[in-house]
Design a protein around this ligand. Structure first.
Ligand code: CO
Ligand code: CO
Length: 311
């Protein structure tokens, strides 16, 4: 793919940042993400989008350095203050990550769009990939699941504030702390949960690591309201497509309902880190992390299908 041998193409199969080798074992990480508003409040949207954009750097064990804004905005239709608020949300989240936003580009667009290009750094030998998961590892998830279903409910005006606020809180939380705590151990594989959902991203880990994984639905922390909304028929198109794809690679136990299966594939925005660690380190990670995180399953030897899900 590349003619420049400092671009490490062995990482291009993953969903995380691009990796470019510098000298002395140092590498540059670069990632870009942007999307349309998923909440009504412009400042909150800016925070969520920036947290989401930074996530791939944290998922590789890197340290973000600086960012650029990517903005689409309907200049004629909406007041400028809305744009300022979106960008302020992004700037404040970047500041929380300890980095400046040094520039960017905006265009006139029918629908607002916002996100960041983030550049980070890491030491090559310390970088985390999808491909090192080992039999016996425990699988830790650092944020609850359900933001896809809840975002869809917000769009359809079916979500109460009691459901919206924990989801917003989760989405705007940086994966910084999870990444920094995980750096005290030596995770065998790490990724962040975004558009492919929990099962989709775990399939990638299993395929690249040549292992399988067993996960337990009841151990997955769900955002309040997720099950109720899905029972009311709130089913994001992306999550349904994820499930169709996942079924080819997953043995879902017959005890699981369709809705429960869908939740394991729910497309996340600014989701948590999925970390595989040997049991002793997994326990120590959970102690040190402090925030709510769960062991959702374990890595097992390679089976005909990479994933097994039971209750
Ligand atoms: Co990612
Ligand atoms: Co990404």
């Amino acid at each position: 793919m590349s003619t420049n041998n400092s671009v490490m193409t062995d990482y291009t199969s993953t969903d995380d940042a691009a990796v470019v080798r510098l000298s002395d074992g140092k590498i540059i990480l670069q990632t870009v993400d942007f999307f349309t508003p998923i909440v009504d409040d412009p400042y909150t949207f800016g925070q969520i989008s920036a947290a989401n954009s930074l996530s791939d750097i944290y998922a590789m064990g890197g340290r973000p350095l600086f960012a650029l804004n990517i903005v689409g905005f309907p200049i004629q239709k909406l007041p400028n203050e809305i744009l300022s608020e979106i960008m302020q949300g992004g700037a404040d989240k970047a500041a929380e990550a300890g980095i400046p936003i040094v520039g960017g580009h905006s265009i006139d667009d029918n629908e607002p769009k916002y996100g960041l290009v983030v550049t980070g750094e890491a030491i090559e030998k310390n970088i985390w990939t999808n491909s090192g998961a080992k039999e016996g590892d425990q699988i830790i998830l650092t944020k609850p699941i359900g933001t896809g279903i809840i975002s869809t409910a917000i769009k359809k005006e079916k979500a109460s504030s009691k459901i919206i606020s924990p989801a917003v809180e989760t989405m705007k939380t940086l994966n910084k702390k999870a990444s920094e705590v995980a750096q005290k151990f030596t995770p065998n594989a790490v990724t962040d949960i975004t558009g492919f959902g929990l099962v989709g991203h775990l399939i990638e880990i299993c395929k690249s690591s040549k292992v399988s994984a067993k996960i337990y639905f009841n151990q997955i922390d769900l955002l309040p309201g997720t099950l109720d909304l899905i029972e009311e028929g709130i089913m994001p198109g992306g999550s349904k497509r994820n499930l169709e794809h996942a079924e080819k690679f997953t043995n879902f136990s017959s005890e699981l309902s369709y809705n429960e299966k869908l939740i394991t594939c729910d497309a996340q925005t600014s989701g948590g880190l999925l970390i595989t660690l040997p049991p002793k380190d997994a326990k120590a990670f959970l102690n040190d992390f402090g925030n709510k995180a769960n062991v959702v399953g374990e890595i097992i030897s390679e089976k005909d299908k990479p994933i097994m899900v039971s209750l």
